[in-house]
Design a protein around this ligand. Structure first.
Ligand code: NI
Length: 226
C-alpha cells in the first residue's frame, strides 16, 4: 500500500529541521548502502550517529507517535531512527530495493524493514526532478510532496529517485518493522480500521461498531506480533 500522510511535521518543526540541516556537513550517501544500491546511489547523507540526525530524528519519532494515520497504516513495532539525505543538482538514486534487515548503528538492535517512509523537508517548488518513483503491480508512481508530508510504501518495492535538475531536495527517510509483517494483511486492517472510524463518527450508537472493532482486534491477534 502506498499512502500519503500529510503534515506529519508542523511549520516550526520543518523550520527547525531545515535550519539544522543547513549547517551540517554531509557525507557520501553510500555509507548506508548495500552492494547493489551503492552502484546507483548518488546523494548526500547525514551519518547515522551524527548528533543532528539523532536530535531531528527524535522530533520526527515524537510526531509519528501522535499521528493516528501513521499508527493505523504502519502498525509500528519498531521504527528505525530517521536518517537524512540531500540531493543536489545532478544527483539521484537508481532502481533498488532497500535492505531487508537493518542494524541500528552502535546497538544490538535490528529492524526488519516492512514499510519504507520518506518525509519530505523541501517544498516541490524548490527543486526540479528528485521524484521518488515507487513501482507496484499498478505501475510506477512518482511522488513529490510538500515539506512536512510523508509517503509510506512497502519496503519490498523497487524504487528510485530521479536526478535533480535544479535546486536541492532535503528529506528524512526511515523504515518500520510492523506488528503485521504482510503488506496485504496490514492493508486489510488499515481499510477495516478506516471503516470502523467512519461508523464511529456517523453511527456512534450502532451495535455493529462493537462487533467490527472486535473483528479488527481478533484479526490483529491472528496476524500481529508484539
Ligand atoms: Ni531506497
Amino acid at each position: 500500500m502506498l499512502l500519503q500522510i500529510p503534515e506529519v511535521l508542523n511549520t516550526a518543526q520543518i523550520a527547525e529541521c531545515r535550519k539544522v540541516l543547513g549547517q551540517v556537513e554531509w557525507a557520501d550517501g553510500r555509507i548506508t548502502a548495500g552492494y547493489q544500491s551503492a552502484q546507483v546511489k548518488h546523494n548526500l547523507q547525514l551519518p547515522e550517529d551524527h548528533p543532528a540526525a539523532r536530535r531531528l530524528g527524535d522530533i520526527i519519532l515524537a510526531a509519528l507517535e501522535k499521528n493516528p494515520l501513521f499508527m493505523s497504516a504502519a502498525l509500528p513495532l519498531k521504527v528505525f531512527p530517521p536518517l537524512f539525505n540531500c540531493y543536489r543538482e545532478g544527483q539521484g538514486f537508481g532502481a533498488h530495493i532497500d535492505n531487508a534487515i537493518r542494524q541500528v548503528k552502535g546497538t544490538p538492535h535490528r529492524v526488519r524493514t516492512d514499510v519504507s517512509a520518506t518525509l519530505f523537508l523541501s517544498n516541490p517548488d524548490e527543486y526540479d526532478g528528485g521524484e521518488l518513483v515507487v513501482e507496484d503491480t499498478y505501475g510506477s508512481h512518482g511522488i513529490k510532496l510538500p515539506a512536512g508530508s510523508m509517503i509510506l510504501y512497502p519496503a519490498g518495492s523497487v524504487h528510485h529517485v530521479t536526478a535533480i535538475t535544479r535546486g536541492e531536495r532535503l528529506a528524512a527517510f526511515f523504515w518500520v518493522q510492523s506488528m503485521v509483517k504482510s503488506d496485504e494483511e496490514r492493508s486489510l486492517l488499515f481499510n477495516l480500521d478506516t471503516a470502523i472510524q467512519s461508523i464511529a463518527r456517523e453511527l456512534p450508537q450502532h451495535a455493529a461498531g462493537v462487533q467490527l472493532t472486535g473483528l479488527y482486534h481478533n484479526l490483529l491477534r491472528c496476524w500481529g506480533d508484539a
